[in-house]
Design a protein around this ligand. Structure first.
Ligand SMILES: O=C(O)CCC(=O)C(=O)O
Length: 292
């Protein structure tokens, strides 16, 4: 029999698409994550320097160089790291200690096993990192699985001042003809209309965004926020003096396959493709200020 807490977690995840697990990870794990962050972040900064010196575009760099880590600069500040990806592929600590814990938490909430699909760390440096309102699903749907669950692992407190994530908690209730409804492994889900190409690539059309009610999620280090890939979300620019880091581990239902390595192979081979830059403050080849 499921406990009351367990049932209410399950219910919230299905009705609102997200669930905050306060203190989901221990301080021991946070210390381990901080060490891995320092190591991977130094690698990511090194890639920025190499691309800068090589005179290649980012897309050419990933195609030619074979770097495993994906380092993505901010659109407005090309020397500032926006995020880095392929975290678990390069860290036995994440692979052996953290990802299994997160997978087990998700499995216990949704009642199905999951596989890691992709992962990243968003740095959200002062003055940067605003994400316009988007769903993640358009960026992932072509890879096979029809729904994903992301575990956001909070490293720095997220506040009203530093651009805490905001989730649209009524997205399953809105009545709009600016969405199409898709059957998924976790029930039918709305995919809202979004802009394609340019700096607004992936951003939901205004008519959809206006119907959604956004709930800011203020969090502390060690909190874990689960949300599925249909939950519209956004975040403001970081107006504080410090970074606001969070890791995002995205899983798919294990019944829908294992795609992690293939996802990153395509990303390295096609980095300028707008689908890898959905509603992000990063640059892609369909932006007017084209890559390289
Ligand atoms: O880190 C944030 O503030 C937003 C992250 C996000 O929406 C994304 O990476 O898709």
């Amino acid at each position: 029999l499921l406990s009351d807490q367990h049932q209410s977690d399950h219910h919230q995840m299905l009705q609102q698409g997200y669930l905050l697990l306060k203190n989901g990870l221990s301080s021991m794990h946070l210390n381990g994550i901080e060490q891995e962050y320092q190591r991977l972040c130094a690698m990511a900064q090194q890639i920025i320097t190499e691309v800068d010196h090589s005179g290649q575009s980012w897309a050419q760099y990933y195609l030619n160089n074979g770097a495993a880590l994906i380092s993505v600069p901010e659109r407005s500040q090309p020397q500032t790291l926006c995020r880095f990806e392929y975290v678990t592929g390069l860290s036995s600590y994440f692979a052996e200690q953290i990802v299994p814990i997160l997978a087990a938490k998700i499995e216990s909430v949704i009642g199905q096993p999951v596989n890691l699909f992709k992962d990243k760390c968003n740095l959200k440096s002062p003055g940067g990192g605003a994400f316009s309102c988007h769903q993640d699903i358009p960026a992932y749907i072509d890879f096979g699985p029809d729904i994903h669950i992301t575990a956001a692992v909070i490293i720095d407190p997220a506040t009203a001042n530093n651009g805490a994530l905001e989730v649209a908690e009524n997205y399953l209730q809105v009545d709009t003809n600016h969405a199409r409804y898709i059957p998924t492994g976790l029930g039918e889900q709305p995919m809202f209309d979004f802009y394609q190409g340019g700096n607004d690539n992936g951003t939901e059309v205004d008519e959809a965004e206006q119907l959604l009610q956004y709930q800011p999620i203020y969090t502390q280090p060690g909190d874990v926020l689960l949300f599925n890939s249909f939950v519209p979300h956004r975040s403001e620019v970081n107006r504080s003096a410090d970074g606001r880091r969070a890791f995002f581990f995205t899983f798919n239902l294990a019944s829908q396959g294992d795609h992690y390595e293939r996802y990153y192979q395509s990303k390295r081979g096609d980095f300028g493709n707008p689908r890898f830059h959905v509603a992000t403050p990063t640059r892609h080849s369909a932006c007017q200020e084209s890559v390289g």
